[in-house]
Design a protein. Structure first.
Length: 299
């Protein structure tokens, strides 16, 4: 790829899309020209100072109108919620040679791409990276470094995208199917996110209940006694609302199943505590600790 200027379109210039652009922009082996499409005016304002893109447009329509003799982009990244990716895929394929989405749910976007006859030129992908913050100001060129960049293995466009993806510093990791990917994400990501939200909501409810009890009593309020465990477990509650509403609904069935599994595990602890069964509680703690150590060893 070195030597030629690679024209890349990024649709959705938030945290993920801008972080990709920053990484490719600073590459010493790639020569790129990056064009962004970002409908959020606040994000577009922030992009003026980050230097990730050569051009930024408010929409695909604005891009087409401004570039009257629009030359096809070599690559296009859809860094949008999955419903938006499905909606714009047909338009994007008309102005780019290779396409990739980085949505965290794959079934619907794979179905859309297949229906449009894009099996050869589209790559369903999903980087296992991110932050609770949103927007281009949180973007960083090393966001993907040391992470896994997942892709669906049966889609042949990986050969065209591999040099760009390897440039991110991530390890490429294939998933056997969109269904397997979405089921896995329900366990390791989506149900975890909902659990974090539920914990935050539980805290909010307890704060309201405690306010009357603490008023004038001299006792510490709950926010004064939170520690690292609370911060770690609830940090995902700060994540962008619209993105996660879209993601969770797209993977609702698998995520619901995973939440049922979490509820069953919580029930085991609840029974042990209700019965003051130290032996059962110790076994549960051992099971969790051993599983964590196994994960650390594999990870």
């Amino acid at each position: 790829m070195s030597g030629n200027i690679i024209r890349i379109l990024v649709v959705g210039c938030g945290l993920m899309g801008t972080s990709l652009a920053l990484r490719w922009k600073e590459s010493t082996t790639l020569h790129v020209r990056l064009t962004g499409v970002e409908p959020c005016q606040g994000h577009r304002q922030a992009l003026l100072s980050c230097g990730a893109f050569d051009d930024v447009y408010a929409s695909l329509e604005a891009l087409s109108e401004t570039e009257q003799n629009l030359q096809k982009f070599d690559y296009a990244v859809l860094a949008t919620p999955v419903t938006a990716a499905c909606e714009i895929l047909e338009r994007v394929q008309k102005i780019s040679t290779w396409m990739m989405d980085i949505c965290s749910v794959k079934t619907s976007v794979c179905q859309t791409a297949s229906h449009l006859g894009l099996f050869e030129t589209f790559l369903p992908a999903h980087p296992m990276a991110g932050l609770a913050q949103e927007g281009p100001l949180a973007a960083h060129p090393k966001l993907y470094e040391g992470t896994h960049f997942l892709y669906i293995e049966s889609w042949p466009a990986i050969h065209a995208w591999r040099p760009l993806l390897e440039e991110t510093g991530a390890e490429l990791f294939s998933m056997p199917s969109a269904e397997e990917h979405d089921r896995a994400m329900s366990v390791v990501s989506h149900s975890i996110h909902v659990t974090s939200l539920a914990l935050m909501n539980m805290y909010g409810s307890m704060v309201k209940e405690a306010e009357n009890s603490y008023r004038g009593s001299g006792q510490a309020k709950l926010h004064s006694v939170t520690g690292p465990a609370f911060r770690d477990l609830t940090r995902l509650a700060a994540s962008p609302i619209e993105f996660w509403a879209d993601t969770l609904l797209e993977n609702a069935s698998h995520t619901s199943d995973a939440l049922c599994a979490i509820t069953r595990q919580m029930g085991r602890f609840q029974v042990a505590l209700a019965n003051r069964d130290r032996g059962a509680l110790v076994e549960l703690l051992k099971e969790a600790k051993n599983t964590r150590q196994e994960w650390e060893g594999e990870h």
